[in-house]
Design a protein around this ligand. Structure first.
Ligand code: SF4
Length: 244
């Protein structure tokens, strides 16, 4: 009750005050109108940069330095050399195989054995040299007894291939063999169904074809590989045989 009486007294005071102000010609509505509030002027802050990553992709040298004496998967235990990759760091065309074999493991360079010699001939038939393309593998260390790389080995090593691809930014990747094609394209589709056409991988054109080692065992398939290589040549604007 006491509070109610106090409120009534204050209300009466306000009414008296308003009446007095109106008698004096004061525009009370204007006074009671909300005062416009100027938007708070926040001074522009200097752009802060906390991301210390390089703005572009790593160079091949940086990727190799990042790998170091890689021990990230069990394949490190049996290798002689880590086989990083070879060729033109600005190549339009990149070949990706499965993994190093015995010769590659010894020499530290991909595709230098019999299958590699056939690949060199295939590249030559396209009017190119090994120096003009880039050659790498899905895994960089030789699987024991040339077995297929295990899924966890691929998962561990794959980021380095992705960094290589980002560094080179080729126009076309030729995936050599089932393993490379299925890994790159993340599919279980057979190589015989994948080959003969381009596939998209992160905006890059990937053309799978048979592995040169398979061609050594099945020379009759060379014709189909040549068809695939000519698709790449057309894509890259290379002169096709018999055409100028
Ligand atoms: S295969 Fe790749 S991840 Fe495994 S040890 Fe060799 S470089 Fe490292």
């Amino acid at each position: 009750m006491k509070v109610s009486a106090e409120i009534q007294r204050v209300a009466q005071d306000v009414r008296d005050l308003v009446a007095w102000m109106q008698e004096e010609g004061v525009d009370t509505w204007k006074m009671l109108a909300p005062v416009p509030i100027e938007p708070l002027q926040v001074p522009a802050q200097a752009e802060t940069k906390t991301d210390i990553r390089p703005s572009g992709p790593l160079s091949l040298e940086q990727v190799r330095a990042e790998m170091g004496d890689c021990q990230r998967c069990p394949l490190a235990l049996g290798r002689t050399n880590l086989v990083f990759g070879v060729g033109n760091p600005n190549a339009d065309l990149m070949f990706v195989g499965e993994g190093p074999g015995a010769d590659e493991d010894l020499q530290g360079e991909p595709f230098v054995g019999k299958a590699g010699q056939l690949l060199t001939k295939m590249i030559g038939a396209m009017g190119l040299s090994r120096d003009q393309v880039y050659i790498a593998n899905i895994v960089k260390c030789r699987p024991p007894n040339n077995r297929n790389p295990a899924p966890d080995e691929i998962t561990t090593c794959r980021p380095f291939l992705d960094l290589q691809i980002a560094a080179i930014a080729p126009k076309v990747i030729c995936a050599l063999g089932k393993f490379s094609a299925q890994t790159l394209l993340n599919t279980q589709t057979r190589i015989s169904d994948l080959r003969g056409q381009f596939h998209d991988w992160n905006g890059l054109k990937v053309l799978p074809t048979f592995h040169p080692a398979y061609l050594l065992r099945n020379p009759s398939e060379k014709k189909r590989v040549w068809e695939d290589l000519q698709l790449i040549m057309a894509e890259l604007g290379l002169a096709l045989p018999g055409k100028k």
